[in-house]
Write a protein that binds this ligand. Structure first.
Ligand code: 5AD
Ligand code: SF4
Length: 456
């Protein structure tokens, strides 16, 4: 056999810039894509202008997200003009949804990779580097879960004090407004041993907090006889050196008593649950295909509050779902007053083509939707402030995260209930646990003072 010299110049370090939109699942996916790309010589770069590869990890849950992303893709054209060797890839939910359409609208894109194809990212990037395939589009969906599972194994090796850990992917619920089941496919779960092993590795590398991620974590493990979400929580709670365990997102219809028990018993499992309500009118909940009513939600909330001391509950609400009347909206406001959420993420209903709600009659006029959203936000802000005001003077343990956005002398951390606390920085390192006294509670954040040197 003759030896052939490879002529392809190997640049010592290739650089990738990720632009990540949407939920924490996408943030976690970008981290795992970066870990995968490391194997073919890419390191992360902050400045897109210096990158050899730009990857846009996309969201399509609302139209506003898509518009923003199309705008960003347009902006990147100038980089491609300056550096024609730049590779531009679009991945994630909107890549899955739009496919070829993306290239038609923006021919400067080199590849479009769907959500089921993330495990093949390196192969796609290598083909783009070699110019062996122009405009690669791959949005096939094997729908076996194998691709997700092999992709999830690209464990990000950079030490982090707080880590995302995807445990499952997809959604089987088909709420009538939601595009997620179409772009993320059916629910598939990773094996618990694998998840625990990852948590152990992370903890050994200095990680103190893990957030288990999935579109619907409460149905974790449905395909296995030997586990479920409560079991997984218990196993993660037992991982040495971890201090906090979080999870999201929960679906009210699947939140079992056993999960509540696991939260109550597991000393590392934080007293916070994100439990999307979506609406407070039973008629609308039915039309949304949520498969619970306000009575069931109320019961769940009672169980959470009775069993998990000091639990914070946050939620998602959609206003302006088709057919929402003034009466439905009033019911929503009343239910919000009754539930007293710590915080709510509120959204204007956005019709997503291909979902049942998009073609329902009685779409609510935009102006009406906006007026309702403002009213809802004002109410929730009042409630959040009242709840946070009760924390004035309290001493809480926070895990420090790092500098706040606006002032390097002010650091940010989180309480176990997931409230953000701003405090004047002393000698802390990210990942330290300190006690702070809350001095100025606000609607979305708490301001505090550190008590004493107390690292842990
Ligand atoms: N319009 C507005 N909000 C939506 N969400 C999901 N689909 C839509 C839509 N079509 C919201 C839900 C979900 C959150 C992640 O996004 O409240 O919980
Ligand atoms: Fe969408 Fe409903 Fe699934 Fe959440 S549970 S991802 S809202 S379909």
């Amino acid at each position: 056999m003759t030896m052939t010299m490879t002529t392809k110049p190997k640049s010592p370090q290739k650089k990738v810039k990720f632009l990540t939109y949407g939920c924490q699942m996408n943030v976690a996916d970008s981290e795992r894509m970066a870990a995968q790309l490391k194997k073919i010589g890419y390191e992360n770069e902050e400045d897109a202008g210096k990158a050899d590869l730009v990857i846009i990890n996309t969201c399509c849950v609302r139209e506003t997200a898509e518009e923003k992303i199309y705008g960003k893709i347009g902006e990147l054209l100038h980089l491609k003009r300056e550096n024609p060797a730049l590779i531009l890839g679009v991945v994630g939910c909107m890549a899955q949804k739009e496919g070829e359409k993306l290239i038609k609208r923006a021919p400067h894109i080199d590849f479009v990779l769907g959500t089921g194809k993330a495990a093949g990212l390196n192969e796609t990037v290598t083909a783009a580097e070699n110019k062996s395939r122009a405009h690669q589009v791959n949005t096939e969906f094997a729908d076996s879960g194998d691709e997700f599972k092999s992709f999830a194994r690209f464990y990000p090796t950079e030490p982090k004090v707080s880590a995302w850990l995807p445990i499952m992917q997809g959604c089987n619920n088909f709420c009538t407004y939601c595009i997620v089941p179409y772009v993320r496919g059916r629910e598939y779960s990773r094996r618990p041993e694998e998840i625990v092993a990852e948590a152990e590795t992370a903890a050994k590398n200095g990680c103190r907090e893990i957030t288990l991620l999935g579109q619907n974590v409460n149905s974790y493990g449905k395909e296995y006889a030997d586990t479920n979400f409560a079991d997984l929580l218990r196993r993660i709670n037992a991982v040495e050196n971890l201090r906090r365990v979080r999870f999201m997102t929960s679906h009210p219809k699947d939140l079992s008593d056993d999960v509540i028990r696991a939260m109550q018993e597991g000393e590392k499992i934080c007293e916070h649950i994100h439990l999307p309500l979506q609406h407070g009118s039973d008629r609308i909940l039915k039309a949304m295909n949520r498969r619970y009513d306000t009575a069931r939600y109320r019961e769940l909330m009672q169980k959470i509050r009775d069993n998990i001391k000091g639990a914070a509950v946050t939620t998602d609400i959609i206003v302006g779902f088709p057919g929402e009347t003034d009466e439905d909206f009033d019911k929503l406001l009343d239910f919000i007053r009754e539930m007293r959420f710590d915080a709510a993420f509120t959204f204007l209903y956005s019709p997503r083509s291909g979902t049942p709600a998009a073609t329902m009659e009685n779409q609510v006029p935009e102006k009406e939707k906006k007026a309702r959203l403002t009213e809802l936000m004002n109410l929730q802000n009042e409630i959040s402030l009242e709840i946070n005001e009760k924390l004035r003077g309290e001493v809480l343990e926070i895990m420090t995260e790092g500098e706040s956005k606006n002032d390097p002398a002010v650091w940010t951390g989180r309480t176990r209930t997931n409230k953000q606390v701003l405090f004047p920085h002393g000698a802390e390192k990210a990942g330290d646990f300190i006690k702070v006294k809350i001095t100025a509670p606000q609607t979305w954040i708490l301001k505090g003072e550190r008590l004493a040197e107390q690292n842990g």
